[in-house]
Design a protein around this ligand. Structure first.
Ligand code: IMP
Ligand code: MG
Length: 178
C-alpha cells in the first residue's frame, strides 16, 4: 500500500483519484439537471475546495458562474468565541441560487456560519455541495444536499485538503495511519 509522510504523520491511500472523479462526475450531472435554466452561482470556500471546485465546475453543462470566498477566523470577545468572517464576496447574490462548494463538512459549524452570513444577502436559495462528509461528527442541523463521498471519522489529506498546509497537491485522498 502506498504511504506518504507529511510533517510528522504517516498517511495511507484511502480514496484513489479515479473514484473521486467518478463521484465528482455524478454530482456535476445531478447539479446540471437540478439547476437547468436557473443561472446558479457556485461559491467555492478557500483554500480546501479549490481542486474539487475546478473539477466539478468544468463538468457543469449549464450556464453558471463561479466565485470564491475565504473564511477568516479570529478570536472574538469571551462571549462571542471564534468569529468567522466571510471575505472576498464581491458578487451581488440577491435573488440568485447559490451552491456552496466545500472540501469537507466535519462538525458542520463552518458551513452553518457561512449559510447564516449568506442568508443576510437575500439569495434565492442556498445549497451545499461537499466533496466529503463525516456523518458521525456532524453536530449541527444541516441539509447537505450534494455529497461526493461519506467518510469515517479519521483525519484525511490530499485533493486540496491539508495537514498544517501540506498535502493539498496529492492526487488521491490519504488517511492518517494511527
Ligand atoms: P467543521 O466546521 O468542523 O465542519 O470543519 C470544516 C473544516 O475543517 C474543513 O473546511 C477543513 O478545512 C477542516 N477539516 C475537517 N476535517 C478535516 C480533515 O480530515 N482533514 C483536513 N481538514 C479537515
Ligand atoms: Mg474548508
Amino acid at each position: 500500500m502506498s504511504t506518504v509522510k507529511i510533517i510528522d504523520k504517516e498517511f495511507a491511500i484511502s480514496i484513489p483519484e479515479e473514484r473521486i472523479l467518478a463521484e465528482v462526475d455524478r454530482l456535476a450531472k445531478q447539479i446540471s439537471q437540478d439547476f437547468e435554466g436557473k443561472n446558479p452561482l457556485f461559491l467555492g470556500v478557500l483554500n480546501g475546495s479549490f481542486m474539487f471546485a475546478a473539477d466539478l465546475f468544468r463538468r457543469i453543462t449549464i450556464p453558471a458562474e463561479i466565485s470564491f470566498v475565504k473564511l477568516a477566523s479570529y478570536e472574538g470577545t469571551a462571549s462571542t468565541g471564534v468569529i468567522k468572517e466571510v471575505i472576498g464576496l464581491s458578487e451581488n447574490i440577491t435573488g440568485r441560487p447559490i451552491i456552496i462548494v466545500e472540501d469537507i463538512v466535519d462538525t458542520g459549524c463552518t458551513m452553518r456560519k457561512l449559510i447564516e452570513n449568506l442568508g443576510t444577502r437575500s439569495p434565492e436559495s442556498i445549497h451545499v455541495c461537499t466533496l466529503l462528509l463525516k456523518p458521525e461528527k456532524l453536530k449541527v442541523a444541516l441539509d447537505v444536499e450534494y455529497v461526493a463521498l461519506e467518510i469515517p471519522n479519521d483525519f484525511i489529506v490530499g485533493y486540496g485538503l491539508d495537514y498544517d498546509g501540506y498535502g493539498r497537491n496529492l492526487r488521491d485522498i490519504y488517511t492518517v495511519v494511527e
